[in-house]
Design a binder for this molecule. Sequence first.
Ligand code: ZN
Ligand code: ZN
Length: 432
Amino acid sequence: MDMGLTPPVLEAWSMFLAEMCTIYRVFLVKITKMQETGEKSSEKSLLPEDQKLFDTINNNDALLLKALLSEKPQNVNILDENNMTLLQHAAYKGNKDLVQILLDQGAEVTLCQHQHNYTALHFGALSGNPDVCLLLLEAGAKSTDTNSVGRTPSQMAAFVGHHNCVAVINNYVPKQDVECYKHTDSKTTPTLPSFLLDSFHKFIMQTNVHPIKVVMNIYSFVGLQDHLDEVKRVLESMREREMNRGPETNEVMSFKFHYLGYIVGEIRKLKDRQAAKKETAVEDEKKTDITEAFARKLLKPGKDDNLDFMDAFLKECIREFPFRESTLFRQMVTTLSGTQAPSALYVVNSVINGQRGFIDQIPHCNTCGEEKPAKKCSKCKVVQYCDRNCQRLHWTWHKKSCARLSPEAGVDNNKPNKEVDSSELQDFLSKN
Ligand SMILES: [Zn+2]
Ligand SMILES: [Zn+2]
């Protein structure tokens, strides 16, 4: 991934787009035509009872689908005239319930006889529903399968702008990759207690990698906070493993495991420091929790209100990535040392979740980076948060600028929402 977008990259990118545009248009036109005119691409015609099954999917009729399949479970893997499975249709519809019913009834997730080699996961990625993608991945869908023009599901999702699907697919880790840390004969391989596996698995697949959110997750996923050392050691082991998979080497996931492990290590240090302090602390100081201490440190505004402390923290994390010869490390360093370099948070996020283009129109929580937060600060109505907790974590620093942003200070809050978002976006891009 190149973040500099140099001319050769731009050229390759526009060629890729042109190619994909054509393929996608042909594909869509074909599907629409077939749906409208009932045109069959082959001689094969469906039995009425089979057609009925495909109709239930077309009509999003989960109840009828379930009823029909419980009568004849052997029909779950039938193909239509275009050799598409029920599961592929349901995935393309982006209907999670239908997908779940089919999987429960034994639909084969990797069954693919579609003439352009689109798997169920390709269709799920095109539907734009990340939950559908996750269900398919959990059922064994392969994110590396390519269609007839060599594109993976995540590339197709990126092409049509479904970035949530890209993030879910790229961050997916098969359960067995974690389960192997349950027991080990090797003295050098770290282990995790079995009750921690689910929390740990969720933790490593998180797609919002804002450092504050990562810390919130350490505290909200059961058990992690009490096993920081084990979690860090396993993450380090996974970091090595991703780099030594031969042709399947995944530099991005290796970096992600490094990144999470670095934050876990930081929380461990903060915890120790607070434990030492507590011996002598006055009542008031004892109340500060670790998340709050971490947020206070990282969200502290520096020069020109930039998040200099967050930036320094993340750059240090990148610097400690042990694989300095990797393409990924060199790209991050080049991007960060350029003139008008983006923030380290932006770089980390685009490395892990893929680029979202030049301008990100989606509003973010000012504390944890979660997309489309539900609340605004009631005083200035400018900064946005997920909930009261996120607002509380930001308040130490926001209270200083809140008055400045308030309506009384002349900021026009009656602008249409869209404009507020775009100005915040500029703010986000320049500050973060
Ligand atoms: Zn938040
Ligand atoms: Zn405010």
